[in-house]
Design a protein around this ligand. Structure first.
Ligand code: 1QQ
Length: 432
C-alpha cells in the first residue's frame, strides 16, 4: 500500500492563494512571470460569445437539499449551479441552452425515489443524483427501468453500477481510494500500531467503506483493536467511544455520514483522545465544521478529486468556483457534481453533431445519451475519465464504473476560532 504514494506535495492553501495572486498581478521578475504564464495557460478556453437559442435541454438534479445529508448536498448544488452557468456561457449544447431542474432528494431512500419519479415524468434527458448510496439503491433501479440515464455524483459503495444499465458512476468507488488516508496516516505517524474502527451499520455506503478500511488495516499489518457500530440517527456515542478508548488506539477510522461522523470525532476528542483520526467520504465537507468545531483539526479524509491538478478544465473550473464562492479551491463533492453535468453536456453535444437532437423522441434520446456517456472519455476537473461497462450478478448488462487516476488526501486544519478551517491537500498518484 505504501507504494501508492508517488509524491506528497503537502501544498497548503496559502501556497495556492499566493500562486494565483502572483498570476493575476503579472509580477515582474522572470520566475513570477513563468508562474503566471503557466497558471494562465491552465485556465483553459474563455466563454464564447455564441448566442443561445432553442428550447432548453432539461437535466434533472436530485440531491439532498433537506435532512441531515444536506450538509453533503449543499456542496453538490454549488457544483451544479456553477456547471449550468459555465456550460451555457460556452454555448450550451451546440448553441442550445441547458436548464437544470432541481428536485430535492432529501436524505432518505423514499424521498430520493420520489424526486427521481418526478424528474422522470418531467422530461429530463438524465438525472444527476442522488447524494447517498443508500438512496441510490432505491432510486437508481427506478430510473434505469424507465430508460433514464443516472449520473451518480457521490455514490461510492460497492455495487452502484450494477443497479441498472442506465447508471453511470462519476464518483470513484471507495474501494479505489479510501485506503490512501491510511497510507498518509502511516507516513505522518510511522509508530501507528493499534487501530479502532467505527461505522454506521444502517448506511450502505458506510458498511461498504468500512470493509475497505478494515482490509487496509490488515494489509498494513496493523492491529485491529475493536470494530464498533452506530446508527446515522444516533447523537450520543458514549458506549462506542468508551469501548474504542478502552483499546488504547493510535488511529481511529470512522465511516458514517456527516452529522453522526462529526459528532463521533468531537466526542472522542472531548474524552481526551489525542491520536490520529481518519474520516470517510461521509465527512468529506467543510460543513462538518460547526459539528466537530476545533476537534475537526487534523482529521484525514481521502479525496477522489485533486484540486491542484494542472489542466485547462480544472483551471477554468477552479476560477469559476473562486468567483462563485470566494474560496481557493473546490471541495470534492462540488467538483464531482460539476463533472456529472459536464459529461451530460459533452455527450449531448457529440450526439447532436452525429444526428440532430431535435429529430429524436425522448426515449430514443435518453438511450443514445446513455450509450454516448458510457462509451465516451472526458477531460474533467477530476482528470481524464472514462467508463467500463459492468454486468450484474446474473450476467446481464449493467451500468458503468468510473475509470479515474487523480486522487488526493485532505487534512483538516482548523483556525484558532474553532469555526473556520481548510482542507489541506496532499497529492496521491494511484497505482504508482
Ligand atoms: C455514499 C457517499 C456519500 C457519503 C457521499 C456524499 O459516498 O453514500 O456513497
Amino acid at each position: 500500500m505504501k507504494k501508492r504514494f508517488s509524491l506528497f506535495a503537502s501544498l497548503s492553501l496559502v501556497v495556492v492563494t499566493l500562486l494565483s495572486l502572483v498570476a493575476t498581478q503579472a509580477a515582474s521578475n522572470s520566475v513570477a512571470q513563468s508562474t503566471a504564464a503557466a497558471t494562465m495557460a491552465a485556465l483553459g478556453p474563455t466563454p464564447t460569445a455564441l448566442p443561445l437559442s432553442g428550447d432548453p435541454i432539461l437535466i434533472g438534479v436530485a440531491l439532498a437539499q433537506t435532512g441531515s445529508s444536506s450538509l453533503l448536498g449543499q456542496d453538490q448544488v454549488v457544483g451544479a449551479k456553477i456547471a449550468e452557468a459555465y456550460f451555457n456561457q460556452r454555448g450550451g449544447v451546440n448553441g442550445r441552452p441547458i436548464k437544470l431542474v432541481y428536485q430535492d432528494a432529501g436524505s432518505t431512500p423514499d424521498t430520493a425515489t420520489q424526486a427521481f419519479n418526478t424528474l422522470i415524468n418531467g422530461n429530463v434527458v438524465a438525472i444527476v443524483g442522488p447524494t447517498l448510496s443508500t438512496q441510490a439503491f432505491a432510486a437508481d433501479p427506478v430510473a434505469s427501468k424507465a430508460g433514464v440515464p443516472v449520473l451518480a455524483p457521490s455514490n461510492t459503495a460497492g455495487g452502484i453500477p450494477q443497479l441498472g444499465a442506465y447508471v453511470t458512476r462519476i464518483s470513484a468507488g471507495v474501494a479505489s481510494y479510501a485506503v490512501n488516508a491510511i497510507t498518509l496516516a502511516l507516513k505522518q505517524n510511522p509508530g501507528i500500531k493499534n487501530v479502532a474502527v467505527e461505522y454506521a451499520q444502517d448506511d450502505i455506503f458506510s458498511t461498504s467503506e468500512t470493509k475497505v478500511f478494515q482490509a487496509g488495516v490488515k494489509a498494513d499489518n496493523l492491529n485491529l483493536t475493536t470494530v464498533q457500530t452506530h446508527s446515522t440517527k444516533d447523537t450520543d456515542f458514549t458506549n462506542q467511544t468508551s469501548a474504542i478508548l478502552a483499546t488504547n488506539p493510535d488511529l481511529i477510522i470512522i465511516s458514517g455520514l456527516a452529522v453522526d461522523g462529526a459528532n463521533l470525532v468531537k466526542q472522542l476528542r472531548d474524552l481526551g483522545y489525542k491520536g490520529v483520526m481518519i474520516g470517510g467520504n461521509g465527512l468529506n465537507t467543510a460543513n462538518i465544521y460547526p459539528v466537530c468545531q476545533a476537534s475537526c483539526d487534523g482529521l484525514l479524509i481521502a479525496q477522489a478529486y485533486y484540486p491542484l491538478l494542472v489542466s485547462p478544465i480544472n483551471g477554468s473550473f477552479t476560477q469559476a468556483y473562486q468567483l462563485a464562492q470566494n474560496k481557493p479551491h473546490s471541495p470534492q463533492l462540488t467538483a464531482q457534481t460539476f463533472t456529472a453535468i459536464q459529461v451530460v453536456v459533452q455527450a449531448l453535444s457529440a450526439l447532436d453533431k452525429a444526428s440532430a437532437l431535435t429529430g429524436l423522441d425522448l426515449p430514443t434520446l435518453r438511450t443514445k445519451l446513455n450509450d454516448q456517456i458510457q462509451s465516451g472519455s472526458f477531460d474533467t476537473p477530476l482528470g481524464k475519465i472514462s467508463f467500463t461497462k459492468t454486468k450484474d450478478k446474473d450476467g446481464n448488462v449493467a451500468g458503468a464504473e468510473l475509470n479515474q487516476t487523480e486522487f488526493g488526501v485532505a487534512q483538516i486544519k482548523m483556525n484558532a476560532d474553532g469555526q473556520t478551517g481548510t482542507f489541506q491537500i496532499n497529492e496521491v498518484a494511484a497505482g504508482s
